[in-house]
Write a protein that binds this ligand. Structure first.
Ligand SMILES: *Cc1c(COP(=O)(O)O)cnc(C)c1O
Length: 381
């Protein structure tokens, strides 16, 4: 029976604990497992390689993304790191020019040193990707919606380019969450998540995830996971499993509140451009509507008075919106990409890609939207 997403969130990966019947997956806080005789064991040898709490989470992640195999990592960037370790020196990656700053830093400051080449293009026009592919290209890396400009890339169109050229496509699906978008069903090979964000949902854990369909690809990634060792602890796996149980209701409210605030911002005379893919005149609207089940709770905007001072004044004046990096938790956050989440991208690069010094990013939480608007009104005032 194919279950609906609302049911998958609660039941995926969950089996009563075989020893006690505990309905919640226990936190298996152990480093090793006793074997009956040498190499005679229950599938668990050493906790870097296998942990039952992690196994349950990985099954839940796979089910949420309509994929076959989930792999959990100690952070989102650790999951990204594992994907790039599929490659060898001389291989090329084509990546989006507008993406999470930490991904850009990992690519340019760590992996470029090992002889992997990265080409950055505007992936919202998929022709740019096709034009950039060479014989050395092995991987396409996209993020949609992007952080923080909310640009949309057509996943199915990029997947068909990837197939044509025999290269892998990995989609960073953090901003949408598996509730709103499922890249594997659109033809992607790998889905990556920072589970720190919507999957965990409560700003209390750092974790990453990959989901794939191909068994050989899963084997390669599992080999990297256990060989390099960036695995999450069982307590963190428990927290993400618990977060997933309310992913659907949280995302529904994030979408509702996000839409209300995006429209309120747009109608505010002090606010300039509002970046949110749910506006019908947004360049990504048609694609977003096609590949997403909702527009989420992430919004960026500029003030009409686009001085950095004015942006900083607003950023320091909200009370319910806490000034902090990260996103996707139940509580609302406000962030200044230029000095916070995206400070690792050189200023000229940022400006070239449209990320101004005055841009403000909101992670709209699931509080009462009237209180959130009152908070913004007072700050922007
Ligand atoms: C936060 C984030 C990451 C990195 O994840 P961590 O869990 O912080 O390591 C990657 N991509 C996006 C879009 C993010 O927002």
């Amino acid at each position: 029976m194919q279950l609906h997403k609302n049911t998958i969130c609660i039941h995926a990966g969950m089996e009563p604990d075989p020893t006690t019947g505990a309905i919640m997956t226990p936190i298996y806080q152990t480093s090793t497992y006793v074997q009956a005789a040498p190499a005679t064991h229950k599938g668990y040898e050493y906790a870097r390689s296998q942990n039952p709490t992690r196994t349950a989470l990985e099954a839940a992640l796979a089910a949420l993304e309509h994929g076959q195999y989930g792999l959990a990592f100690s952070s989102g960037v650790a999951a990204t790191d594992a994907v790039i370790k599929l490659l060898s020196p001389g291989d090329e990656v084509i990546a989006a020019n507008d993406m999470y700053g930490g991904t850009y830093r990992l690519f340019t400051k760590v992996f470029a040193k090992f002889g992997i080449q990265f080409t950055y293009v505007d992936t919202t026009d998929v022709q740019n990707i096709a034009n950039a592919i060479t014989a050395k290209t092995k991987l396409l890396w996209i993020e949609t919606p992007t952080n923080p400009l909310m640009n949309i890339t057509d996943i199915a169109a990029v997947a068909s380019i990837a197939k044509q050229h025999g290269v892998l496509l990995c989609v960073d699906n953090t901003f949408a969450s598996p509730y709103l978008q499922n890249p594997l069903t659109l033809g992607a090979d790998i889905v990556m998540h920072s589970a720190t964000k919507y999957l965990g949902g409560h700003s209390d854990v750092i974790q990453g995830a990959l989901v794939v369909n191909d068994a050989a690809l899963r084997e390669q990634l599992y080999f990297i996971q256990k060989s390099c060792g960036a695995v999450p602890g069982p307590q963190d796996c428990f927290l993400v499993l618990r977060g997933i149980k309310t992913l659907h209701v949280r995302m529904q409210r994030h979408c509702e509140n996000g839409a209300t605030i995006a429209h309120w911002l747009r109608n505010n005379p002090k606010v300039g451009k509002v970046y949110w893919p749910g506006f019908e005149d947004n360049a990504g609207y048609t694609t977003a509507k096609k590949q997403m089940h909702g527009f989420g709770g992430m919004i960026s905007f500029e003030l009409k008075n686009d001085s950095v001072e004015e942006a900083k004044r607003v950023l320091s004046s909200t009370h319910l919106f806490s000034l902090a990096e990260s996103l996707g938790g139940v509580e609302s956050l406000i962030n200044h990409p230029a000095t916070m989440t995206h400070a690792s991208i050189p200023r000229e690069e940022r400006l070239k890609n449209g990320l101004s010094d005055a841009l403000i990013r909101l992670s709209v939480g699931i509080e009462d939207v009237n209180d959130l608007i009152a908070d913004l009104e007072k700050a922007i005032g």
